[in-house]
Design a protein around this ligand. Structure first.
Ligand code: F6P
Length: 543
């Protein structure tokens, strides 16, 4: 059996280096190395990463890279790209990279080249998207589609919702694209309340086509449509499915031959954005722009596959996150996009990261004796500055942050963009260098206020900069985070591509649901708290 990660000599060396660096301030690290910003930066696929404001030095970075190699990071990466079943707990390959492979080379799963099928589905999606965008796809009563409502949850919602918002400035504005995910009827009701059924197309997005929330919303959508159009045949013109499960799609009443866009079990739900799950994005921005998005993904994929770890952006981000989580006590990680269009990026990354690496046993099934994936959170700058940055600056917790920004705005109005970016740069400077007691006192601060106005600094940040929020830049950014998450799974020796932890709650919800609506006085066999809550709900649910 492999040694546990924290038994490796490379882990122990990291532990020692962390202890030595713990007392070092970023001020001292910058003073000691005038070329630090040049030394600790790298570039790929349109993204520049400055990671110099991290609590590392050349020695620590060398030890982190040595640790990555001891974990066979490069070999594991190559195994994923070559279509090996690296998702071992589910016996599946992990090949979201094939969905955006633009090289023309075959990509094999079990000996079979999957690329012809990938291209065929992309071609069908493009035809469909063009037909909807151009008004050729008509609803049951002959009207063109003006509203697209995607019904899905988790990976079948967060990615397309995030990208549709992020690329709104490239979208066909005559089309309204909305997303319904929550089983709370409010989500559906509010999404359709001002829509005309004759002009509305529903995309039911579910890898498994068994997800309670999605199927409930899809059935409600069907009932909503039929109540207005009063003809079962309308379903064929107003519903399409994005799924791997043709049998259940057909059972739902959607023509799986004509109105289903398939993908495959080697695409994980939270990594499915470039599959048929991306159809709402393609409808919004068009197949050409969607192709540019895939180009960006592919460029970052090639960088990840080919660049040495020393210059490899996903590997570097992964190692830094690992360093803080396991050696410097960080429990969370903030993603702070300085672009309003990226408002949904933290929510998207929460699923990608926390569902992948929120694991407590290693690949041998042993309880891990070290922290794994952090809590990921964030909000767009500058809103966050006026909300939670106080804690990052002066609180007692270490919160490493990624600051993400662009050199040009999609909406260049007045001096907004310079102000936005001035805030980004200023925040990373303030977090790193702070303001010493002596500086605060020298500024004439009354002595009693000095402790309150002192900024300790030494708060680590990464800065990611690209020229402009283009489809390609966004694709590369998402791929960067996907591969960072992959690398961290290797560093922590956890399986990143299953999500068994979400199952228990789903199963229990099935039992509870029956009890909430059972006639009479059903016997409740839960714990005292759950029994009492169910009983109270039963008493009050009808008002
Ligand atoms: O409950 C978690 C999950 O399985 C996610 O991993 C997935 O993205 C989501 O549910 C939705 O699943 P599906 O696409 O099969 O409806």
């Amino acid at each position: 059996m492999n040694p546990r990660r924290n038994e490796l000599v490379e882990w122990k060396a990291l532990s020692q280096r962390a202890a030595a660096l713990r007392g070092q301030h970023l001020r001292a690290l910058f003073a000691a190395d005038p070329d630090r910003a040049g030394r600790f930066s790298a570039e790929a696929a349109g993204w520049f990463l400055d990671y110099s404001k991290n609590r590392i030095d050349q020695e620590a970075l060398g030890l982190l890279l040595a640790y990555a190699r001891a974990c066979r990071l490069e070999a594991e990466r190559d195994a994923m790209f070559s279509g090996e079943a690296v998702n071992r707990t589910e016996g599946r390959a992990v090949l979201h990279v094939a969905l955006r492979d633009r090289s023309g080379r075959p990509v094999r799963v079990g000996g079979q080249d999957v690329m012809p099928e990938v291209r065929r589905v992309l071609g069908r999606m493009a035809e469909f998207a063009e037909a909807v965008r151009g008004g050729a796809w008509l609803g049951h009563t002959g009207k063109r589609v003006r509203n697209v409502v995607n019904i899905g949850i988790g990976g079948s919602d967060l990615g397309p919702a995030m990208v549709t918002e992020a690329l709104r400035s490239y979208a066909e504005r005559g089309l309204c694209v909305r997303f319904v995910s929550n089983v709370d009827a409010t989500h559906f009701a509010e999404a359709v309340r001002d829509l005309d059924a004759e002009e509305t197309l529903f995309l039911v997005a579910s890898k498994t086509f068994t997800t309670q929330e999605t199927l409930t919303n899809a059935r409600t959508a069907r009932a909503w449509l039929l109540a207005r159009l009063r003809d079962e045949r309308a379903v064929a013109r107003h519903f399409a499915a994005l799924s791997t499960n043709a049998a259940l799609v057909a059972e739902f009443g959607i023509d799986a031959q004509r109105n289903m866009f398939p993908f495959w079990d080697w695409v994980g739900g939270r990594y499915s954005l470039c599959s048929a799950i991306g159809l709402p994005v393609m409808i919004a921005i068009g197949p050409g722009r969607f192709g540019e998005l895939l180009d960006g993904f592919h460029a970052m994929d090639r960088h990840f596959a080919e660049a040495p770890l020393e210059r490899n952006l996903p590997a570097l981000l992964a190692l830094l996150g690992f360093w803080y989580a396991d050696f410097l006590g960080a429990e969370s990680h903030a993603v702070l996009p300085y672009d309003q269009y990226l408002a949904r990026l933290p929510a998207y990354l929460q699923q990608a990261d926390m569902e992948s690496n929120g694991k407590g046993v290693d690949r041998a099934g042993r309880r891990v004796a070290y922290p794994t994936g952090p809590v990921l959170w964030g909000e767009p700058g500058t809103n966050g500055q006026h909300a939670f940055y106080q804690l990052i600056h002066q609180g007692t917790r270490l919160v490493p942050c990624d600051f993400i920004g662009f050199c040009r705005s999609r909406n260049p109005l007045g001096d907004h963009h310079d102000k936005l970016m001035a805030n980004l740069f200023a925040q990373t400077e303030a977090l790193a260098f702070g303001r010493t007691e002596a500086e605060v006192a020298a500024a004439g601060t009354p002595p009693a206020l000095v402790p309150f106005k002192t900024f300790e600094g030494n708060r680590p940040t990464n800065t990611l900069l690209a020229e402009e929020l283009t489809p390609a830049a966004l694709g590369a950014l998402v791929a960067l985070y996907e591969h960072k998450i992959f690398c961290q799974g290797i560093l922590w020796d956890v399986y990143s591509f299953d999500q068994w932890g979400v199952e228990l709650g789903k199963q229990l919800a099935g039992t509870v649901l029956k009890e909430l609506t059972a006639p009479g006085d059903p016997e409740l066999r839960h714990d005292g708290s759950t029994n009492a809550l169910i009983a109270r709900y039963r008493r009050l649910r009808r008002g």
